[in-house]
Design a protein around this ligand. Structure first.
Ligand SMILES: Nc1ncnc2c1ncn2[C@@H]1O[C@H](COP(=O)(O)OP(=O)(O)OP(=O)(O)O)[C@@H](O)[C@H]1O
Length: 570
């Protein structure tokens, strides 16, 4: 049950609505039983031709019961659903809060489709926990107890039969069915996760699947997983209906038992026959409420599994800064890497191996090297996205292990190789840079990155699908340029932009970053003469570092790279 902690906490926060649900549920249940019982009594009484006012009074009672029942059922549905939606909203928010510090490392453990299935499907399954598992049994027990007390006035046999019936329909039959349903529910959950993962793969990889003519196969697999999910759902629903019907039949049998006991007692002269119909009707009504109990164990199991799947994600400990926290000032930072090593999860070879360098405040550094040599990993370590205990990184002479990632992001301007764009307009995508940006400021920046042909209202599709690679890069640069920061981390920001435009943007960037500390990852070696320092990476290690002239004079790796680049260009 521990795994249900996530939903129990939210239920506790909805205490008031929970109490109202129980109260309205109880009033609804008791008045429904009262309505049936009074009807039974009325039929028997009417057969004895009583005075009209007796019948009028009884009919009035029945009407009141009917009205109160309808009102309280409405009230119960309203508050219980309000509570459920609040509970689900609370769970989603908590899930996101826990997920946020885990990104982006979380995608090494879970596929995005699977995460999506958890946050939609699994969270949604939890609605049944409150609506079908948590409070209905409380209501049911109270209604049963009230009925037992009431029937005890006629004979002690009736409460005994009621208790046996409650045990049978509320516990034994549901427990037997629970075992049968475990397997099918497991299958429903598994097929839902597969469908979600397949859907995400097709959506994200649509273009490449089409180019490689794999779309048909992928679509077939998607149809297959969809059909499997539907088939499992159908099986699950029909099994659930069958279980409820069996439980209902058991309830009817108990009512037959009440009838048989009543007839016997009437024969023995221990019960007035006038009450027989009332007791049977009461029993029918009470046991009708018990039939959904057959669905309780599967809902409980489903909720338990859904919580377990959510906990699998939220229980991962994020690698965060350690206390006491240090805060960064707005000044351009000094950066120091002392003997830093980092191995990505699941990898054997370190991506960064015993790396040491020092970058002075306000200086400009280029990091170059072959693909996969560890350049981006250095940036991720610098941003606190990845954290390592091997070595010591300092920012503004403060240990990065004590600086919260949010603080570092707040103080930096970052352009990564892949930048995210949101569905909306150019304006929407620029506005996230800073609050209070005016249209003039944004238009001015678009001009600076040679995107003046764009208007702020131009649409941007999901992930910037309607933009070229170069346009995406320019929009990303415009976005960071709208922020005033003193640490700039640029990971191949201009790789897809033509030389002329690239040179223009670079000039403007130089102007804007005059006093800032700048680190630039670049595959292009052109223009690096202006850099204060160049770090050359090779297989996770620093092969050499120094000024452009130092490296050219040393005739080492950088010199070779430069020579090859020139040969290609000639
Ligand atoms: N998330 C990850 N999980 C596992 N291994 C990773 C991950 N990211 C990078 N790596 C590995 O770490 C090594 C260094 O990668 P990194 O991205 O730092 O290289 P890079 O020099 O920036 O390459 P590029 O120039 O192609 O961007 C590579 O071998 C890569 O396969």
């Amino acid at each position: 049950m521990n795994e249900l902690g996530i939903v129990l906490k939210q239920i506790a926060a909805e205490r008031k609505n929970v109490w109202y649900s129980v109260l309205f549920g109880y009033i609804g249940g008791v008045t429904a039983a009262g309505l049936f019982a009074a009807s039974g009594y009325l039929i028997s009484k009417a057969a004895l031709l009583p005075p009209v006012y007796t019948l009028t009074l009884l009919i009035a009672f029945i009407k009141v019961f009917g009205l109160v029942k309808a009102g309280s059922k409405y009230g119960e549905r309203m508050v219980s659903h309000r509570a459920t939606f609040n509970i689900l909203a609370g769970i989603r928010v908590r899930f996101f809060e826990k997920l946020e510090p885990l990104a982006p490392g979380i995608f090494q453990k879970f596929r995005s489709g699977d995460l999506l299935a958890r946050i939609t499907g699994d969270v949604e399954s939890l609605q049944n926990f409150f609506l079908r598992v948590y409070y209905p049994p409380i209501v049911l027990v109270f209604v049963f107890l009230s009925s037992m007390i009431f029937t005890a006035f006629y004979s002690f046999w009736f409460p005994l039969i009621f208790a046996a019936g409650l045990l049978l329909t509320g516990l034994l039959i549901p427990a037997v069915f629970a075992l049968r349903r475990q397997k099918i529910e497991e299958k429903v959950r598994e097929s839902r996760a597969v469908l979600s993962t397949d859907t995400a793969e097709v959506l994200y990889g649509f273009r490449d699947l089409k180019i490689y003519q794999q779309l048909n196969d992928k679509e077939k697999s998607l149809h297959h997983s969809s059909a499997a999910y539907i088939a499992n759902q159908e099986k699950s629903s029909s099994q659930s209906m069958f279980n409820q019907s069996v439980n209902q039949a058991a309830g009817l049998l108990i009512s037959w038992g009440v009838l048989a006991a009543g007839v016997y007692l009437v024969q023995q002269g221990e019960l007035d026959g006038l009450f027989l119909a009332m007791l049977v009707m009461l029993s029918l009504s009470v046991f009708e409420n018990a039939s959904p109990m057959a669905a309780l164990p599967p809902h409980l199991e489903d909720s338990r599994k859904a919580s377990e799947r959510l906990n699998e994600v939220t229980e991962i400990k994020p690698v965060t800064a350690i206390e006491p926290y240090e805060t960064l000032s707005d000044e351009a930072p000094v950066i120091r890497f002392n003997d830093i090593s980092y191995t990505h999860e699941g990898e054997e070879r370190p991506a960064v191996n015993e790396v040491s360098f020092s970058i002075e405040a306000g200086s400009k550094t280029a990091i170059v090297g072959a693909s996969g040599s560890g350049k981006s990993t250095i940036f991720q370590l610098l941003l606190g996205v990845l954290r390592t205990s091997e070595g010591d990184i300092q920012l503004q002479n403060k240990q990065i292990s004590h600086i919260r990632s949010e603080d570092i992001w707040e103080k930096s301007n970052v352009v990564m190789q892949e930048n995210h764009f949101f569905f909306g307009t150019v304006r929407d995508n620029l506005q996230i840079a800073r609050e209070g940006l005016t249209d003039e400021e944004m238009l001015w920046m678009l001009e600076k990155v040679s995107l003046s042909r764009f208007s702020l209202d131009d649409p941007v599709l999901e992930k910037g699908e309607n933009l070229s690679g170069g346009e995406r890069q320019r929009l990303a640069i415009a976005r960071v340029l709208l922020r005033k920061r003193s640490l700039w981390l640029l990971d191949e920001p201009l790789s897809s932009i033509d030389n002329v435009t690239s040179a223009e943007i670079m000039r403007y960037l130089e102007e804007r970053t005059e006093d800032a500390t700048v680190c630039l990852i670049s595959h292009q070696l052109k223009g690096l003469e202006k850099m204060d320092r160049i770090i050359v990476m090779d297989g996770g290690r620093i092969a050499e570092q120094g000024t452009f002239t130092d490296l050219m004079d040393a005739r080492g790796m950088f010199y070779e790279m430069k020579r090859i680049e020139q040969e290609i260009l000639v």
